[in-house]
Design a protein around this ligand. Structure first.
Ligand SMILES: C[S@@+](CC[C@H](N)C(=O)[O-])C[C@H]1O[C@@H](n2cnc3c(N)ncnc32)[C@H](O)[C@@H]1O
Length: 141
């Protein structure tokens, strides 16, 4: 599903024809780190961090509604620094997932990003660069 193809994962109606599934794989925008398009439904256009998390909560609820009893939902996401403030998106997402009745099924899976744009960049201030993102796997509580 992709909003660029007209499918909004936050809209319940997008799941109308979906059979129960064993596994959901999701690679959402890391809030506004990259703007994917001008569509107001796109998660990268959420006007605030809370609005992004609210929208992600809807996506998680919708995916949960089509999950088989022992099914899993995997989300690949990373934290990043936004206008000088670090946004710990994986941690915030775990908190929202727990609120909707999901629970981490295992430890976080770390994906190292070798040779990405930020590893070649030089920065004016000293900070710890983010060189990985995180795959979170959830199951029903
Ligand atoms: C990190 S990219 C992942 C792209 C994907 N891995 C691929 O290769 O096609 C995030 C994608 O989420 C899509 N997206 C953003 N908001 C969405 C929404 N509400 N419903 C469905 N897709 C959305 C964006 O258009 C973008 O293509």
């Amino acid at each position: 599903m992709d909003v660029r193809k007209g499918q909004d994962a936050a809209d319940r109606a997008s799941y109308a024809d979906c059979e129960p599934v064993e596994f959901v794989w999701m690679h959402p925008p890391y809030w506004r780190m990259v703007r994917y398009n001008a569509d107001s439904r796109c998660l990268s256009n959420a006007p605030s961090l809370d609005a992004f998390l609210d929208q992600m909560e809807l996506v998680l609820r919708n995916c949960q509604s089509v999950l088989k009893p022992r099914g899993k939902i995997a989300v690949l996401i990373g934290g990043y620094s936004d206008r000088g403030r670090y946004q710990p998106l994986p941690h915030l997402l775990v908190a929202r997932a727990i609120q909707v009745g999901l629970w981490p099924a295992c430890t976080e899976i770390i994906r190292f990003q070798h040779g990405n744009t930020s590893s070649r960049k030089t920065y004016r201030s000293s900070f710890i660069p983010g060189l990985h993102d995180v795959c979170l796997v959830f199951e029903r509580v």
